[in-house]
Each structure stands twice: as C-alpha cells, then as structure tokens.
Ligand binder design. Structure first.
Ligand SMILES: *Cc1c(COP(=O)(O)O)cnc(C)c1O
Length: 390
C-alpha cells in the first residue's frame, strides 16, 4: 500500500542531513558548553555557530536568539516574560481567538494572575482585522500577540500592519511563527515584531528545541532560573545536538525558499481544486490565497472528520482533523468554531498539510482515495447522506 504523510503541520520527519550533523554531538562532541576544557569549548562553539545560522535566517543578531525546548516554551516565555516584566506599566494584553493553545492557555493563566486579555475575533476566512487591533489598544496595553500563520487553517495574518499600530503605541509585538518558517519569508525587521517564536520539528529538525527571538532592548523576565544559560533568560544545560540539528534544519528550510514555497503551493492548489471539483458538498476552510503554501483544510457535508481520518489511515494516508495538539480532545477545534462554523461543520473537517517531500503522485493518490472514503462514509449513514441532495 502507498504511504502518504499529509500531516506536516503536526510534525515532520527529521532530514537525514540534520540527523547526521546531530550524531557527533551525542557521541563524540558531547561536552557541556559551560565547561572550559576542550569538550566544553567544542559544544560552546557549536551553539555559537547554530545561533549565528538561525539569527541570520530571520534577519536578527545572535544575542537576540534564546534557544528553548520548543515552540510551546517560546510562546510561554514571550507572554509571561513580558507580563511579569512590564506589569507595572500595565496589565492588558491583546491576542486572537485562533492562537495555538501555547498562547491561549498562557493568556488564561495570566488572567488568573490579574492580567486582562482581549481576544480578537477573526472573520469567516480566519483573518484578524487591523481595525479591531486598533480599537482594542488601551493606555495599559503592554503586549500584542498575533500568530503569523495559523496551524489549522493556514491563514496568514496582516502582521506588518499590526506592527505599525504596535510601534505607534509603544506596545511590544509578539508573533508565533512556528508554521511560517520555511514556507513564508520571515524577516523580523520587515514584519516589525519584537518577539518571535519558532520550533524545530515543524521544519524537519528534531523535536524538543526551538527559540524565542527577542529584539534588543526588549526586557523580559525568565521562566527558568538556574545557571544563567542563554543570556540569563533560559537556564539549563543546553541541548547541544538539538540546537545543532535545529540550525541545520533552518539552513535547509530557508535555502531557495521561493522555489520550495512555489512547489508546495502548486501541489496544494492541485489538491484544493481537485477535492472541490470531485467531491460534492466540500468546502475550503480558511482564506483561499492568504494561506500557507502547504496547508489545505476542507469541510465535508454530513461527514465525521474522525471517521474520515481513520478510513484514510487504512488507505495509508496520514491526515488530521484539527491540530495534533488538540485532536485527542473531543471538542471541535476552537479555530474552526471561530470562523463561525457550527459544531457539526467543524467536526466534518480535514486538514492535509504538505512538505517539500510531498510529490505529485501523493496528491494524485489522495485525490483518488478521498472521494471513495467520503462516498463510503455517506453510504454507511444513508439517512444523513440523503440530505446532501436536498
Ligand atoms: C507546533 C506549534 C507550536 C508548539 O511547538 P512545540 O515545539 O511542539 O512545542 C506552537 N505554535 C504553533 C503555531 C505550532 O504549530
């Protein structure tokens, strides 16, 4: 049976070139980067080089990169770090309703600590309105956090415009760019952000490593206290192999970005057009063009997304309903509900996410299997499927 992995927004396979550079840092250059001897110096040098590589990839300077255990920690560090550092200037934070749980749950936690959070709505295509951001700004607003691109529906937000507002009002702007790197141009100066979260395992790097970019002059409070690693902002012996692998993955993901993005976009469009043409009662969730080049998210009339995923899985296709982080929950996706979909509609959704390794043959296979799966599921519930023709 053909195996087609279409869940690259959840995680990606580690690139063999990444695994290869990591290997030596487990076995040979295993030193603690804080030690002064040869082994320690090797590890320190590797981290310094990695920091240079990832900084360059987003137009930042080395001292502005803080390595973390991943995107979740970077998001926590951004929100709590600013909240606890700036709480005497104000206690109001602005974010959106479609953020990743690493932002939303952190915002909820901060509410319990006495902060006030405004959750901006999105339109039916998943876009935050710049006017809403403007109206939400108050004299005591200390932070705006809006993700660059959504992990479920792929919608790309108007960050540059939001950043103008943040600047005019002297408010720190954070963005979760975990899904954007390797798919969109991510330049911290073009975007005008002060803080940016990134994770390695979404771009063919190892799991358990990421970074927070912190613009020079932005003061934040650390979450982890200890030996003072990462410029005193993230104590803990550095994950040297992870950091080295992450840098290699960043390097590979950002070489010839336009070419890679165009490649994925062509396949994505073939998939979207093919599905919408072949399957009656199918719709695209999210914006048609302001979306990640590797994201397709569909909704089908009278279909249970979970049953569909299982049927696709039996045919060798790995897909997802919402995000992997929440698909063990039974509630429908908060992102799909925020678009104005009913519970039923949200539950009939399917996310297919591509990578540079996806081939045209993979897309053809999905276009062959998916219509059959849908018909099969409709046939299992004939009473429901009848309404399809009403
Ligand atoms: C995956 C993801 C995260 C979490 O990153 P981890 O490294 O898995 O903790 C955060 N935000 C977005 C948008 C993601 O897609």
């Amino acid at each position: 049976m053909k195996v087609v992995y279409m869940d690259n927004a959840s995680t990606t396979p580690v690139d063999p070139r990444v695994a290869e550079v990591m290997h030596d840092y487990f076995v040979t250059h295993f030193g603690n980067a804080s030690s002064i001897h040869e082994f320690g110096r090797e590890a320190r040098e590797a981290i310094d080089n990695a920091r240079q590589v990832v900084a360059k990839a987003i137009g930042a300077e080395e001292e502005e990169i803080i390595f973390t255990s991943g995107g979740t920690e970077a998001d926590n560090l951004a929100l709590k770090g600013i909240a606890f550092s700036d709480e005497y200037e104000g206690k109001h934070i602005i974010t959106s309703v479609i953020e990743h749980p690493a932002i939303l749950k952190t915002a909820k936690f901060l509410e319990k600590q006495g902060f006030e959070v405004t959750y901006l709505p999105v339109d039916s295509e998943g876009l935050v309105s710049v006017e809403d951001v403007q109206n939400a700004i108050r004299p005591d607003t200390i932070l705006i956090s809006v993700m660059y691109a959504n992990n479920e529906i792929g919608t790309v937000q108007p960050l540059e415009e939001i950043s103008k507002l943040a600047r005019e009002n002297n408010i720190v702007l954070h963005t979760d760019a975990v899904q954007a790197i390797g798919k969109l141009d991510v330049d911290i100066n073009k975007l005008g952000v002060d803080l940016l979260s990134m994770s390695s395992h979404k771009i063919h790097g190892p799991k358990g490593v990421g970074f927070l970019y912190i613009r020079k002059g932005t003061v934040i409070e650390p979450l982890l206290h200890g030996g003072g690693h990462e410029y005193n902002l993230r104590s803990g012996t550095e994950n040297v192999p992870g950091i080295v692998g992450f840098a290699k993955a960043m390097e590979l993901a950002t070489i010839e970005l336009d070419k890679k993005a165009n490649y994925m976009m062509q396949l994505r469009d073939k998939l979207i057009d093919g599905v919408l043409q072949r399957i009656k009662g199918s719709y695209l969730n999210g914006h048609r063009t302001k979306r990640l080049p590797n994201n397709a998210n569909f909704r089908f009339d009278q279909i249970n997304g979970e049953a569909l995923i299982l049927d696709l899985d039996m045919n060798g296709i790995s897909a997802s309903t919402g995000s992997a982080c929440s698909s063990h929950e039974t509630d429908p996706s908060h992102v799909l509900l925020a678009l104005g979909l009913s519970h039923n509609e949200a539950e009939g959704s399917l996310r297919l996410t591509l990578s540079t390794e996806t081939t045209e043959a993979d897309i053809n296979y999905v276009l062959e299997v998916l219509p059959n799966s849908i018909s099969k599921l409709h046939a299992l519930h004939p009473r429901v499927s009848k309404t399809e023709f009403e």
